[in-house]
Design a protein around this ligand. Structure first.
Ligand SMILES: NC(=O)c1ccc[n+]([C@@H]2O[C@H](COP(=O)([O-])OP(=O)(O)OC[C@H]3O[C@@H](n4cnc5c(N)ncnc54)[C@H](OP(=O)(O)O)[C@@H]3O)[C@@H](O)[C@H]2O)c1
Length: 271
């Protein structure tokens, strides 16, 4: 019997789109989650925590391919190191990692950089842990997912006036398309750092917000704010973008049309 493919973060935005695609390919899947869950046809859940290492040995045991989608705003380098250590002991044959565009270009030097953009530094450190693991590996860097931009827009729209970092642009990508690419990579041979994956268009942050507000028939003034620090400067220079890799197809407008309606609209509770 083929060994199951381990998907860390298989309950998250990206990971839960990876799991059914692996199943469609006939693969058995093991999902690592911090909470215990019921399995299903060809899907087994293992409880563990990559931050504390609890349950990780059991999660990697008998797996040859690991798709590492678990992540959070802090500490991804430690999670990656812990996974790498366990996967090496278990003799995994392919570790696939999802990182973020700009991980290598957004400097996290000062306290200000760390406070606002520490995520990029920890993704870069996690990338290194994967590349230096001695395991065969593949890393894909993607731009921000539509869902993350939507969550951010929702939070910002709670304010009567919305402060927006001046000069920031984003190139949101559909996580379903990223999931499909990750599955293709996971089932292929280890490829190291592969070309970035970015959404079809680059938008000013204010334009993304206006799109959201318009889709929900909301009105808020937008106030540009200047963010200090080298990381913010790198953002203004477009270090988080990959216009030459605009391979995603689903646009922000398409996503909003499917996910956001006006307060009086028929899709209730989506704004
Ligand atoms: N969101 C974006 O725009 C974006 C862009 C580029 C790259 N990425 C990367 O893509 C990956 C997935 O992002 P996402 O948006 O799908 O994240 P998400 O929706 O926030 O899901 C995070 C996942 O990580 C798991 N997780 C978090 N901490 C964990 C821990 N200590 N031990 C085990 N599992 C843990 C969670 O599982 P449980 O809660 O079930 O334990 C959950 O399944 C991350 O590495 C992220 O950095 C994201």
């Amino acid at each position: 019997m083929a060994s199951p493919i381990l998907v860390t973060g298989g309950t998250g935005t990206l990971g839960r789109l990876v799991v059914p695609r692996l199943r469609d390919d006939g693969r058995d899947v093991r999902v690592l989650s911090r909470r215990s869950r019921e399995g299903g046809e060809g899907i087994e859940f293992v409880t563990g925590d990559l931050a504390t290492c609890e349950g990780i040995e059991a999660a990697v045991e008998g797996t040859q391919i690991i798709v590492h989608c678990a992540g959070s705003s802090k500490g991804d380098e430690d999670k990656a190191r812990h996974l790498v250590r366990a996967a090496s002991r278990a003799g995994a044959r392919h570790l696939v990692y999802i990182s973020v565009v700009g991980a290598d270009r957004i400097p996290v030097a000062s306290g200000i950089d760390r406070a606002m953009f520490g995520y990029f530094g920890s993704k870069r450190a996690a990338e290194r842990a994967v590349a230096d693991s001695g395991l065969p590996w593949t890393t894909l860097r993607a731009t921000q997912f539509h869902d993350l931009m939507l969550m951010t827009a929702r939070q910002m729209a709670r304010l009567p006036v919305i402060p927006v970092p001046a000069g920031f642009r984003f190139q949101p990508v559909d996580p379903g398309e990223v999931a499909a690419r990750l599955v293709e990579l996971a089932l292929g041979t280890p490829a190291g750092l592969v070309p970035d994956m970015a959404g079809p268009r680059v938008y000013e942050m204010a334009a993304l917000l206006r799109g959201y507000l318009g889709a929900g028939r909301m009105h808020r003034p937008i106030l540009p704010v200047w963010l200090p620090g080298k990381a913010a400067r790198a953002f203004r220079a477009g270090a988080n973008l990959a216009p030459e890799r605009a391979v995603g197809r689903r646009t922000w407008e398409d996503f909003l049309a499917a996910r956001v309606s006006s307060p009086s609209g028929s899709r209730s509770g989506t704004t």
